[in-house]
Design a protein around this ligand. Structure first.
Ligand code: GDP
Ligand code: MG
Length: 446
């Protein structure tokens, strides 16, 4: 970014409203930032145009400076370009969920197979991987090794059978064993070519997958757009996995995926190890893409505005007593994001007595909590009662997240304490008495 960025933004700060004229210079900075982040040029052009139109239509918002407004528009637009919110894996209604992996050679397909297998196992599902890369020497061995590492069976039929036939046999075997998720590893090429596409199409029509995930190396940069377009057009994809985000890539490829294919990124890979797989969160990626130089501080300020909006939504859910682990995670993240800013606390009923020290503790325990909540199934997140009732579920989560059973019990108990406090609050408002926590604590100590 240019060194006079600060001056440009300061100039904007002192204006009343955003106009086509005064957003021009800052938008050029954003444009440059996006190009530096390896977002492809057509995507950048479209983005800048759309943000400019939105920004100048806003008018004056009380208490929000124009520069913050602009960054909020930029950030929101980035987030929505990447799909808005987290996109989950689809599961098949009956029979196994089949995930077909596709992508160029060396992007991390085989590694992602192992990571996904571990991810689903942590969620309590049985997984089988199928080796159909019959070209690369040692490709089958690589998958077998990963299978042993994550403790998932691998179906292979050597190198002398066509990939589609291997996939068909693998699926038959998985059905026989009542496997929940079948992950099919495939061969890549250095470039998109007809032979690869035809082979993938044949596998696809043979196994009729629930998901076709395109694995994209984040370092691909500008070329990601045409790559994604080719795979989506030829093969048809349902989503993508962006790998090697632990490198020094800015993650600009993430922007192209959804824009070009209309399909979301579902996971990101952040390392070679089997646990280095994270769900894709568009808001975090937006921060990463904008997280360069001076833009970041503006993003943070814009987030203050967003956190406030989120807090109000949270308050509504609290009043309806629907507070679940998803809310819990969101709230804890907000706490961490806001750091020592006490502002958020005042917005949440029953939470205004929290000290700065408790906030910093919340920051520290966020990672621990996230790991445990990530190991819960969707159902468990939405119905914390399931966890209070079942020691075996708590045990599974402890194993999956590498935490102790006590830590899992503590987390569950914490959520119910929060709920009780909220209930307490609304009961007090209605003049009733407060329900005890005794029964729950008894359950959790078992
Ligand atoms: P494939 O040809 O698409 O199956 O790619 P592989 O799964 O064999 O991976 C190619 C190389 O990239 C291996 O050395 C992997 O360890 C590495 N790799 C895969 N995913 C990641 C990632 O998210 N981060 C890093 N740093 N390396 C990765
Ligand atoms: Mg491979």
């Amino acid at each position: 970014l240019s060194t006079n960025l600060e001056a440009i933004w300061t100039k904007l700060r002192n204006q009343d409203v955003l106009t086509r004229e005064n957003v021009k210079e800052p938008m050029q900075d954003i444009r440059r930032a996006l190009l530096e982040a390896d977002v492809s040029l057509p995507v950048v052009r479209k983005f800048v145009k759309s943000v400019t139109e939105k920004a100048i239509g806003i008018g004056v918002i009380k208490g929000v400076r124009p520069d913050q407004q602009l960054v909020k528009v930029v950030n929101d637009e980035l987030v929505s370009l990447m799909g808005g919110s987290r996109a989950e894996i689809e599961f098949a209604k009956g029979g196994p969920t089949v995930i077909l992996m596709a992508g160029l050679q060396g992007v991390g397909k085989t590694t992602a197979c192992g990571k996904l297998a571990l991810y689903f196992k942590k969620k309590g599902k049985s997984v089988m991987m199928v080796a159909t890369d019959i070209y690369r020497p040692a490709a089958i061995d690589q998958l077998l090794t990963l299978g042993r590492q994550v403790d998932a069976p691998v179906f292979e039929a050597g190198k002398n059978i066509k990939p589609a036939e291997i996939a068909r046999r693998g699926l038959t075997e998985a059905k026989k064993q009542k496997i929940d998720v079948v992950i099919i590893d495939t061969a890549g090429r250095l470039q998109v070519d007809k032979a690869m596409m035809n082979e993938l199409k044949e596998v696809k029509s043979t196994v009729n997958p629930t998901e076709v995930l395109l694995v994209v190396d984040a370092m691909t940069g500008q070329e990601a757009a045409s790559l994604v377009a080719a795979f989506n057009l030829e093969l048809g994809i349902t989503g993508a996995i962006l790998t090697k985000l632990d490198g020094d890539s800015r993650g600009g490829a993430a922007l192209s995926v959804k824009e070009v294919s209309g399909k979301p990124i579902k996971f990101v890979g952040e390392g070679e190890g089997m646990t280095a797989l994270e769900p894709f969160y568009p808001d975090r990626m937006a921060s990463r893409i904008l997280g360069m130089g001076d833009v970041l501080s503006f993003v943070e300020k814009a987030q203050e505005v967003m956190v406030q909006e989120e807090a109000e939504e949270m308050q509504r859910r609290i009043m309806e007593a629907k507070f679940d682990f998803n809310d819990f995670l969101k709230q804890t993240r907000n706490l961490a994001r806001m750091g020592s800013m006490g502002g958020l606390m005042k917005l949440i009923p029953g939470m205004n007595k929290i000290s700065p020290q408790q906030i910093s503790e919340a920051e520290k325990s966020l990672k621990v909590m996230e790991s445990m909540i990530n190991s819960m199934t969707k159902q468990e997140r939405e119905n914390p009662e399931l966890l209070a009732q079942s020691p075996s579920r708590r045990r599974r989560i402890a194993v999956g997240s590498g935490r102790s059973q006590e830590q899992v019990s503590q987390l569950v108990s914490q959520l119910f304490q929060m709920r009780a406090r909220m209930k307490n609050l609304s009961t007090m408002m209605q003049g009733g008495s407060v329900p005890g926590l005794g029964a729950l604590e008894e359950q959790l100590s078992g």
